[in-house]
Design a protein around this ligand. Structure first.
Ligand SMILES: NC(=O)c1ccc[n+]([C@@H]2O[C@H](COP(=O)([O-])OP(=O)(O)OC[C@H]3O[C@@H](n4cnc5c(N)ncnc54)[C@H](O)[C@@H]3O)[C@@H](O)[C@H]2O)c1
Length: 344
């Protein structure tokens, strides 16, 4: 992966909170990526996060065939800080000032800690935010299309659309996790979910799902484990405790290090690279908001993730490599050739 093009951090004039934007690559087009708002133990961790996440966005867009580059932004709260509605607005406006400085080379969307309504606040300062609410003319939350993309990746990895009786463990019962759980349950899968928020248990169980405590989720015997919470969940230690042949899910940056992809392969676990499986949201949103496709055409584009994953898995098998190696190679080829987007 190439070096980053830009990293800019500012202390907000209204809020005093540090916000930052990293642009990893604009080789294929303007850098896109979500705006993450969360507490960080220190700014070094926030910088690490924004750099890793923005690099993953470059690969995500390139593999998805989008004419966009990779960026990300972070609003780094102090540990334990809870924002009042007024403080939240100030923090977002401060961040919007920083996004506006880029003049459109960085486009922000929602990410962990932010949502479509927050993108409307960014829009008060500049046009460089997407995924505003549907009531405001945007495409709203992308979690549904992200789940559609994960399901497409799952079908490709299983080599079958039949979910009947398959045991699926979903770690993270949030927006995407809940979509996945409902869809897989409706398809006849035996769905187990977990979340660090115990308040979600009642909803899960009333929907016919089995609940498990979060620390056990990644060790359960399952046909597939779906990381749908946070990054960094696959380390040499956690991989050694997996009891599943397949891991595929939406969480960004699941591996603590790229070398963990080799550990997974050595244990016989098929891992679909996160930036391939999680591209449904960005594919849908940009297909609609930037390229003007209608809902059905944008969703059809999300479904192409199935074919992309099939091709990557075939290449990994033929070349005796990992799916991560093949995905990175595909992204590299598209970045160096400046490949045109693949619009259906
Ligand atoms: N929403 C999208 O369109 C989209 C697109 C691409 C990638 N992603 C990634 O997918 C993941 C899920 O996204 P989301 O929109 O559903 O987020 P979300 O915030 O709605 O849900 C995440 C859930 O994970 C839970 N959680 C946090 N830490 C946990 C832990 N250690 N163990 C178990 N549960 C934990 C949270 O309580 C929350 O319910 C995130 O990593 C996100 O970056 C989301």
């Amino acid at each position: 992966m190439t070096a980053h093009e830009q990293l800019v951090a500012r202390r907000g004039r209204r809020s005093g909170v540090t916000t930052m934007v990293a642009i990893h690559s604009t080789a294929l087009g303007p850098a896109v990526g979500g705006c993450r708002l969360k507490p960080y133990a220190d700014l070094t961790r926030a910088v690490d996060d924004v750099l890793r996440l923005s690099a993953a966005m470059t690969a995500k867009c390139a593999v998805a065939g989008l004419a966009f580059g990779g960026g990300k932004s972070v609003i780094a709260l102090e540990p334990g800080r809870v924002l009042s509605p007024e403080e939240r607005r100030d923090v977002l406006l401060d961040h919007a000032d920083l996004v506006a400085e880029f003049g459109g080379t960085y486009l922000a969307g929602p990410d962990v800690g932010t949502g479509p309504a927050d993108m409307l606040v960014l829009r008060e300062v500049s046009a460089f935010a997407f995924c505003t609410p549907e009531s405001a003319g945007g495409t709203g939350s992308s979690s549904g299309p992200t789940a559609v993309g994960v399901l497409a990746a799952l079908r490709a990895a299983l080599g079958s659309p039949d979910m009947t009786g398959r045991r699926v463990v979903i770690s993270g019962y949030g927006s995407v996790g809940a979509h996945l759980a409902a869809s897989l349950h409706a398809s006849g899968a035996d769905v187990v979910v977990s979340d660090i928020d115990p308040a979600k248990r009642a909803d899960a169980e009333s929907g016919g799902l089995t609940w498990v405590e979060p620390e056990k989720a990644l060790t359960l015997t399952a046909d597939v484990v779906i990381p749908a919470a946070i990054g960094g969940v696959l380390s040499p230690e956690t991989v050694a405790r997996l009891d599943t042949p397949l891991v595929v899910g939406p969480a960004n940056n699941q591996l603590t290090d790229d070398a963990v992809a080799d550990d997974l392969a050595a244990r016989g676990v098929l891992w679909v690279p996160d930036y391939v499986a999680s591209a449904g949201g960005i594919l849908y949103t940009l297909s609609r908001e930037a390229e003007g496709l209608d809902h059905d055409a944008a969703l059809a584009r999300v479904e192409t993730i199935e074919r992309t994953v099939e091709d990557l898995l075939k290449a990994a098998q033929a070349n005796a490599t990992t799916p991560l190696h093949e995905a990175a190679a595909l992204a590299g080829r598209r970045l160096t050739s400046g490949a045109a987007p693949r619009t259906p």
